[in-house]
Design a protein around this ligand. Structure first.
Ligand code: ZN
Length: 521
């Protein structure tokens, strides 16, 4: 990237000419990567360097970035902006909201901490350190037992101020910490040395509080760059439910600033975490609402007729449109979705349900009395009558107008839901298993009837939607997680405005059918 000095020289040399672009094409692409990686710009804004330099959406995103980072707001990719983007930082996106133009609304934030809306409900939270740094430069500086002590101290920095106790364990844990590099299975690959140093997952969402440190980095203790205590304490802040703050100097500021010999929480961090949990003397059992807002309540209030998981992304369907969710809270499409006709060729509007058949990867959609067979995103066959979905000799056939479908294809079993009943279908025999249909409450403990949609996600959970809410089902324990559920789908998956979104229940009482589409990676 251009240094400030270069730009000054350029300014002098060109002072008699019109300077149209101060940055190189390569720098423009780097800006683009930064803005999309950290929540300032949507992924559907794919542009070339010259478009990036002239794009209004990029200008707005740059403006929001400058506001969040407290640099002079110019909307231009100037030297200060480019330098700020190169600073080593946390890999978690900043609390911004996509709007209809795919740009972020970071400028709407007050100057203070921000909350995800998620939190731990039990007063004891366990953590487990899954592995230790393999990076030789880190190992020279920090032993494994020192890693243990640093992580312990980082947790204590927070528990000093809130009524939570953190307990290390070697078994099942609420929060798993690991040192990993590049692609490590969560669709947020690390980038080698520099840039993203670590990231963490918010409570109540996916990978629930887990923390990943980029093992390509050299971690240190008692010095800067990259001080493991500082970074661990910051990531734990995310694990507890804090987003990034725009208060410079706070622990939850996204950029890892200078080393402080006796690291303490900033008053902004304390206010933020106590807004979630209360203090040790005055606990807050109810929990707060998220502090960020979206102007697009309408986009959030969609009830989806089908939700599925395709090549690592979630697809939600409603009335001829689909929403593509890269990961919870990050939309690839606009908040208003995209037309089915742009991607799902031949798909009817308002499908009830869909899933990917494990045996042959065919994607099957259901609507009313019919089903449709898709090869990828192209219609192969259909409409075909649902009555013919099972083999002709079957005693029991599937009902029409199903609510949703959920496949456990690796076991050749697929579950169809309608009202309060569930049918288990054998994919090999192509018939309903004996004894079915059964009440949903017997088969999926803790899951309600009249479902809208359901899908299995890569975190080992199955998600059941009912109207605007979702329930999380633990596949291993075979029961729904109780604490904190149901939660709002729009909040966790579309990053919707909680205050207005929660209050708008008009569309939540409808009988809109929602379906699960589980598609193999
Ligand atoms: Zn962070």
């Amino acid at each position: 990237m251009a240094t400030f000095k270069n730009l000054v020289l350029l300014g002098i040399v060109c002072s008699f000419f019109v300077v149209t672009s101060a940055i190189t094409d390569e720098e423009a692409m780097e800006v683009m990567t930064f803005l999309t990686s950290f929540g300032y710009l949507n992924f559907n804004n794919i542009m070339g360097p010259s478009e990036i330099k002239s794009s209004k959406a990029v200008e707005r995103a740059v403006t929001n970035f400058q506001k969040f980072y407290n640099i002079t707001v110019t909307g231009k990719m100037d030297s200060k902006t480019l330098e700020a983007m190169k600073k080593p930082r946390c890999g978690v996106p900043d609390p911004t909201m996509p709007n209809e133009n795919g740009t972020a609304l970071g400028g709407r934030l007050a100057k203070r901490y921000a909350l995800t809306g998620g939190r731990w409900e039990s007063s004891t939270v366990t953590y487990r350190i899954l592995n230790y740094p393999r990076n030789a430069a880190t190992r020279e500086r920090i032993s494994d037992s020192e890693v243990n002590a640093i992580i312990h101290r980082a947790f204590k920095m927070w528990s000093d101020y809130i009524p939570l106790t953190f307990q290390e364990t070697t078994g099942y844990a609420d929060i798993y910490l690991s040192f990993v590099s590049y692609y490590h299975g969560d669709y947020r690959p690390f980038d080698g040395t520099g840039n993203a140093i670590a990231h963490a997952y918010f409570p109540g969402t996916f990978l629930d509080g887990d923390i990943h440190f980029d093992d390509s980095e050299r971690f240190t203790q008692n010095t800067q760059n990259f001080n493991l205590l500082h970074i661990a304490a910051h990531e734990i802040g995310h694990s507890l439910g804090l987003l990034h703050t725009n208060v410079y100097g706070a622990l939850m500021y996204p950029v890892f600033t200078g080393y402080q010999p006796s690291l303490l929480l900033h008053s902004d961090d304390i206010r933020g975490i106590q807004a979630v949990y209360g203090s040790r003397t005055n606990p807050n059992p109810g929990g707060p609402r998220p502090t960020y807002t979206s102007s697009d309540v309408e986009g959030c209030n969609k009830i989806f007729t089908a939700v599925g998981y395709l090549r690592g992304e979630i697809f939600a369907f409603q009335k001829g449109r689909y929403w593509r969710i890269q990961r919870p809270g990050v939309l690839v499409t606009d908040i208003d979705g995209d037309l089915n006709t742009h991607f799902w060729y031949g798909l009817p509007d308002d499908v009830d349900a869909g899933y990917e058949r494990w045996l042959d990867s065919t994607i099957i959609f259901f609507k009313g009395e019919n089903y449709y067979l898709f090869n990828g995103n192209h219609l192969m066959q259909g409409p075909l009558p649902i009555s013919e979905f099972t083999v002709p000799s079957s005693n029991e056939s599937l009902p029409n107008n199903i609510d949703t479908v959920l496949t456990f294809g690796e076991y050749y079993k697929t579950y169809f839901f309608k009202d309060d009943l569930v049918w288990r279908y054998d994919e090999k025999k192509r018939q309903i298993d004996p004894g079915y249909p059964r009440p949903i409450s017997e088969v999926f403990k803790g899951i309600p009837s009249d479902l809208s949609a359901a899908f299995r996600y890569k975190d080992g959970h199955t998600y059941f939607l009912k109207g605007k809410e979702y329930y999380r089902y633990n596949n291993l324990r075979q029961e729904a997680d109780k604490a904190g559920f149901p939660r709002l789908f729009g909040v966790d998956f579309l990053a919707c405005n909680t205050a207005e979104y929660r209050e708008n229940t008009a569309e939540n009482t409808g009988t809109a059918a929602v379906t699960i589409l589980m598609i193999r990676l």
